[in-house]
Design a protein around this ligand. Sequence first.
Ligand SMILES: C[S@@+](CC[C@H](N)C(=O)[O-])C[C@H]1O[C@@H](n2cnc3c(N)ncnc32)[C@H](O)[C@@H]1O
Length: 246
Amino acid sequence: MADPRLKEQIRELGPWFHNLDIGGVATAPDHFLGDYPAFKWEGFRHVLPDDLNGASVLDIGCNAGFYSLEMKRRGAGRVVALEPDPHYLRQARFVAERTGTEIEFRQMTVYDVGQLGERFDLVIFMGVLYHLRHPLLALDLIHDHVADDLMLFQTMQRGPDSVAPVAEDYDFDKVGHFDAPDYPKMHFVEHRYAGDPTNWWVPNAACTQAMLRSAGFDILETPEPEVHLCRRAGRSASDRLSVSTR
Ligand SMILES: C[S@@+](CC[C@H](N)C(=O)[O-])C[C@H]1O[C@@H](n2cnc3c(N)ncnc32)[C@H](O)[C@@H]1O
């Protein structure tokens, strides 16, 4: 029998986006996506090492902390979790305390990652990109300031999962490729999508992959169309800014 006081605390901390089992109480048993994010995690958990062997982890947009907890379970060392929303941060702190998990929390947005002043072996950047007004800036900042090696990444996508090869250049009078459904494209949401005014940009699969490459991430594995395991590499795209003459 779950402790009624615990049930009440969890209710008071709601609504929850992460369904977590805390002392036998589910935080979001009626989640519109089902047992979220546990059922999603099942589809790509194999791309990360079973034993993180003390690796440092940065979880950006941690929400109630599902991925931070999973990384700790896999033997991560230091886990730093960022969340700008005080409501979700309260939930994450509560969950960490109740489960006896050592996680360092910061109320911070992805745009401020430079303030952390350190790099992490693994960056988790799941489900945040499409909530940003400046998604490419966020990827650039992660690359330049906090990513050291791996990044587990997810974004909502719309459009085909197929990805056409992108040429190095296209003649000015050739425009057909812009209409190809698998050419990189991102939809701008001026008002709201699915009732959520924080959904700003929805890329197709080709756009997601092109943005990751452009920001300096090699895609190592794509266990499902919206999820990529990336490795930080060099970035040449930023150099373009200083040499562009048009
Ligand atoms: C769809 S949830 C994803 C939560 C979790 N990462 C996951 O994959 O289940 C989006 C999260 O990103 C956070 N978020 C929104 N804007 C952010 C920003 N500028 N920087 C960091 N996190 C942000 C939200 O508060 C929310 O917790």
